[in-house]
Ligand binder design. Structure first.
Ligand code: HAX
Length: 443
């Protein structure tokens, strides 16, 4: 058994009694009330999911296993001469909660190398779908590999029980993750580089090999590592993470679950926002004839968008109430590596004016930028100018977090998800009852 799997098994054994005790002794302790606004409003703020992989504080931003983004970037081992940590080490952290040693990271790397072969039929699927959106290709490639699942045949043979469900889920997850850099870069090179495919180098780490197969020079490898880490997880309630968790809760294997999570990520209010940001910025650039706008000029563009009933892409968030630290981490990367990039200048001017305008506009609860406001500009700078591909990159990163969650969901025996629906009439009756109770309250 690999070191990662052995340590994970130990953590699971240690953790299980905590979940069991909560269920046995405290199952009726209330953690949330649900209002009509929440039932009709996308369940905002309803506390009804549990994950220990990451936690999103509205004012502080994301912590992965208790570590902030700067802490993760500082503490995790890095490849030689690299600025950013190994994705392999980050996976180790998400799964076990421990900062791995370099030796442990190397072992995960070897696991990935050993599992990275992509079956021929996947290339056939990708070739056949090469006229489709890259997210369609990505999702289809993942689900086409369902027949590789180790979990599903074991389940059918009756070999799985609540104690060992996680084991074959772990195997499927590592097999899938190991193949993602090859699949994503094949999509990119097939679609946008005349099918000129670049072979991988097993000596390189997940992020480094991805950069190589994209055909992009340093420091794109560091950017890739940073990007995948930042996009991995944002606790469980966002559309992609929740979809992955939900589908997996029916014990669909991870190929089905990750394909579904990719489909959720494809929407413009979620993962596709990074593409929308760049489209918006470049629309402004065109109108400005590439001249960097003054703050006043940028204000006019922002108001024009708002007045036409559109959202400012890359701004706002359902949970966050400050500048997304994932935005800040990418901004720091830009300040170091591409401070003079013209699109980055636009992103900066937008940052200077948009929050105040959104506050004045008075609708968005969070006027600050999110992760997507900053990610497209870096891709563009390094030559990835095909917007449609950006969400595939997001999907690669998000797979790391969602798969870690699914493994733990299975380890802790989380059941099939099944919230309860009400009808509009029932809501009206509840509203009336609440009104009557208010009227008859003693003064
Ligand atoms: N520009 C203009 N209006 C905005 C806005 C923005 N950036 N963000 C929110 N609003 C509006 C909403 O459309 C909503 O208007 P209505 O009442 O007319 O429906 C109102 O403000 C209240 O919305 P909210 O409660 O602040 O935000 P939600 O939780 O409903 O939605 C979104 C969160 C991220 C979807 C939203 O802020 C948005 O559409 N932002 C732009 C798209 C974007 O950047 N998405 C990426 C988010 C991060 C992510 O998931 N990445 O994958």
């Amino acid at each position: 058994m690999s070191v990662l799997k052995k340590n994970l098994a130990q953590r699971i054994e240690e953790w299980r009694p905590r979940t069991k005790k909560l269920l046995k002794d405290y199952s009726d302790v209330k953690i949330s009330d649900v209002t009509i606004a929440q039932a009709l409003g996308g369940m905002r703020g309803v506390k009804c999911l549990v994950t220990d992989i990451s936690y999103l504080d509205p004012l502080e931003g994301i912590r992965f296993r208790g570590y902030t983004i700067p802490e993760v970037l500082e503490k995790l081992p890095k490849p030689p001469n690299a600025e950013m940590p190994y994705v392999e080490g980050f996976l180790y952290l998400l799964l076990t909660g421990d900062i791995p040693t370099k030796k442990e990271v190397k072992e995960v790397h070897h696991e990935f190398v050993h599992r990275r072969h992509v079956p021929d039929y996947v290339y056939q699927v990708l070739d056949d779908l090469s006229e489709c959106h890259p997210m369609v290709m990505f999702s289809a490639a993942v689900v086409s590999m369902e027949k590789e699942s180790i979990f599903t045949p074991k389940y059918k043979k009756g070999e799985l029980n609540k104690m060992n469900l996680w084991d074959s889920t772990f195997e499927d997850s590592l097999n899938l993750l190991a193949k993602l850099p090859r699949i994503a870069t094949y999509i990119y090179r097939k679609k946008y580089k005349n099918g000129d495919i670049i072979t991988g180098d097993p000596k390189l780490d997940w992020g480094g090999n991805f950069a190589r197969m994209m055909g992009i020079e340093k420091p794109y490898d560091d950017l890739a590592r940073l990007y995948f880490i930042l996009h991995s997880d944002h606790e469980s309630g966002n559309v992609s993470a929740h979809t992955g968790h939900l589908v997996a809760s029916a014990l669909s294997d991870v190929y089905y679950s990750i394909s579904s999570m990719i489909n959720g990520l494809a929407g413009p209010l979620h993962g596709l926002a990074n593409e929308m940001v760049l489209r918006w910025i470049q629309g402004v650039m065109k109108k400005m004839d590439n001249k960097i706008p003054t703050q006043d000029e940028m204000k006019d563009f922002v108001w024009d968008t708002l007045n036409s009933g559109q959202v400012i892409p890359g701004y706002g968030h359902a949970v966050l109430r400050k500048t997304d630290p994932r935005y800040t981490a990418q901004r720091d990367f830009c300040l170091k590596h591409l401070p003079d990039d013209p699109i980055f200048q636009y992103v900066n001017v937008l940052y200077e004016v948009a929050p105040d305008i959104l506050k004045e506009h008075g609708k968005a609860k969070n006027p600050w930028p999110n992760v997507d406001a900053q990610s497209g500009v870096i891709q563009w700078h390094y030559g990835v100018k095909e917007y449609d591909f950006y969400t595939v990159l997001f999907g690669m990163g998000r797979s790391i977090g969602v798969l870690s969650n699914i493994i733990w969901d299975r380890a802790l025996g989380y059941p099939i998800e099944r919230p309860k629906s009400l009808t509009t009439q029932m809501l009206e009756e509840l509203a009336l009852k609440a009104l009557e109770e208010k009227v008859t309250e003693p003064v």
